[in-house]
Ligand binder design. Structure first.
Ligand code: ITT
Length: 181
């Protein structure tokens, strides 16, 4: 079985990536060392830099996942600051920010960064378009899932298996798998 090291401290991301790649015959091993995240408007350079740095530090091929929620009415906020906002504000305060907004459009984006030592990093991007709900719904998933509505239900209501078939992360991983093969 092919193995790949995934550098992340996020349990939810790890569990999704593990399940999706297991279905393709790839074993994912979590490394929680972390990496410094550059301040950038886009996720791609953050993922590329993180993958390069950790591949060189660990001396082995690695993948990382930099992701975020981009809310149209908030000009793309929290975007690359999604982890900080989730930790400091949480879903209820994000809903508060959206209280008077009619345009609820938002997208989730996941960028998989992959790098082998001595080589340049590669990135694979997946996006899913949905809406910010008016309240938290569902107990599945993690992070912003209970407030992100896609096709009539929040990702918190979709359930892990169903979310993994349509998510931003799945779409990014499909591109990564295509490249791997
Ligand atoms: P790493 O160790 O992998 O960097 P992190 O949690 O710091 O983990 P990011 O910097 O990529 O990850 O921040 C992304 C934020 O968006 C974080 O708060 C996640 O919980 C949230 N997020 C990412 N993917 C999500 C998903 O599929 N559903 C809900 N929330 C998600």
């Amino acid at each position: 079985m092919r193995k790949i090291v995934f550098v992340t401290g996020n349990k939810g991301k790890f569990s999704e990536v593990k399940d999706i790649l297991a279905s393709k015959g790839i074993e994912v091993i979590q490394n929680k060392d972390g990496y410094p995240e550059m301040q950038e408007d886009e996720l791609e350079p953050i993922a590329a830099y993180g993958a390069k740095l950790t591949a060189e530090n660990l001396g082995m091929p690695v993948m990382v996942d930099d992701s975020g929620l981009f809310i149209k009415a908030l000009n793309g906020f929290p975007g690359p600051y999604s982890a900080f906002v989730e930790n400091k504000l949480g879903n209820q305060k994000v809903l508060k920010l959206m209280e008077n907004e009619e345009d609820r459009a938002a997208s989730f984006k996941s960028v998989i960064g992959y790098c082998e030592p001595g080589k340049e990093p590669l990135t694979f991007t997946g996006t899913v378009d949905g809406n910010i709900d008016f309240e938290e719904k569902g107990s599945g998933g993690f992070g912003y899932d209970p407030i992100f509505e896609y096709k009539g239900r929040t990702f918190g209501e979709w359930g892990d298996e169903e979310k993994n078939k349509v998510s931003h992360r799945r779409r990014a991983l499909d591109k990564f798998l295509e490249w791997l093969q």
